[in-house]
Ligand binder design. Structure first.
Ligand code: SAH
Length: 346
């Protein structure tokens, strides 16, 4: 293993303070600039269904939360959202849902085919663990990318947080996607109850080991209607660690696309995502879900933009990117890694 990318170094960097913290952020920003340039790609996310069969202990749309009004957008509604995005500054549509087929595999497959046929959008799907055959079918329909966070690299903590599911199963899904040549994204939450700084470092190292095309991370935010609702983020009182995690993630994964995720704005209203973009991130994902559904896709409380229209969310994103002196990326913003690379690093 390359000496530069050790767990010890990750932990040391996660603990820096003062002037060392400033140099950590400077280094992360410079690694980002050197490898990914100054463009910020905008990917529009459409939360097409909040139906979910799982009971993840932290998630607001878990199956047992009976307070959630369940919805699934129809194929035509999803296509309308895609048409509205096409030709705007957003060149990727991210179709996200809970983990049970709100739409049948074939229905989502048809939606993917039509988006690919009728627009120039790249298509990313984020719909949880699915069988290899489903991923293969969606790939054949034209799916370009898939997002599936591993959430935590600690197998015991994973088991505890995800009743009836294992980390090994999650990783198997990621390997399936990679073997199908789907640009693969994963990542984790920062500060779930039970996490230690060692685990956080391991999370960053696992991202590197998986050689991911995209890596999304964000602070864990307690949702009152979940079993963990009364347990604070383990870094409560020290939220700087969320940004340190992004910076170290960038240094350890120089050529991955890293979004400034929405949860940063929930913790630092109005500026969290800007700061993430200055400390390693290079992607912004404005919400393109029709406003009528947004309040029903609350993974955590305080999610920003629930009253905005897709246009407003996009315009706000562009203004923020430009205020940082960065440009909106043109074109699909595919992975910059080669398709035939060796996937698993030693
Ligand atoms: N079911 C899909 C999409 C999940 S929602 C899938 O599994 O891929 C997207 C992400 O939101 C999750 O992967 C999780 O990391 C994050 N999330 C869920 N609940 C959260 C909470 N309470 N605080 C912060 N992030 C949360």
């Amino acid at each position: 293993m390359n000496i530069e990318y050790t767990k010890e170094r990750a932990i040391r960097l996660l603990r820096v303070e003062g002037v060392d913290l400033e140099s950590l952020y400077r280094e992360a920003d410079s690694v980002r600039r050197k490898n990914m340039g100054d463009d910020v790609f905008i990917r529009g996310i459409v939360e097409f269904s909040n139906m979910c069969a799982n009971n993840c202990l932290y998630c607001g749309i878990r199956a047992s939360n009976k307070n959630v009004k369940r919805y699934t957008m129809g194929a035509d509604e999803i296509l309308d959202a895609a048409y509205a995005m096409a030709g705007s500054l957003q060149s990727t549509i991210v179709l996200q849902s809970g983990e049970t087929p709100g739409l049948k595999d074939e229905e989502l497959g048809e939606v993917i085919k039509r988006i690919k046929r009728e627009t120039t959008l790249a298509v990313t799907v984020s719909a949880g663990n699915r069988p290899y055959e489903t991923y293969r079918y969606w790939r054949e329909c034209g799916m370009d990318r898939y997002l599936l966070r591993f959430e935590t690299s600690d197998p015991a903590l994973y088991d505890k947080l995800h009743p009836g599911s294992t980390l090994a199963e999650r990783l198997k899904c990621l390997y399936s996607l990679q073997s199908l040549n789907v640009q693969t994204g994963s990542g984790f939450m920062i500060g779930v109850p039970g996490e230690t700084i060692e685990m956080l470092a391991d999370n960053i190292l696992l991202c590197r080991k998986l050689d991911l095309d995209m890596i999304g991370i964000g602070p864990y935010i307690p949702h009152p209607r979940t079993p963990l609702g009364n347990e604070k983020n383990v870094y409560n009182g020290n939220p700087e660690i969320f940004f340190k995690a992004v910076a170290v993630l960038r240094i350890f994964n120089p050529d991955a696309h890293i979004p400034a995720t929405t949860a940063f704005d929930a913790v630092f209203p109005g500026e969290g995502r800007n700061l993430a973009l200055q400390r390693g991130a290079n992607i912004f994902m404005p919400n393109n879900t029709p406003v009528a559904y947004r309040k029903d896709y609350l993974l955590y409380p305080g999610k920003p933009g629930v009253d905005e229209s897709p246009d407003q969310s996009l315009n706000a994103a562009v203004l923020r990117i430009e205020s940082l002196g960065r440009a909106v990326g043109k074109g699909p913003g595919h992975s910059i890694k080669s398709a035939d690379k060796c996937r698993i690093r030693s």
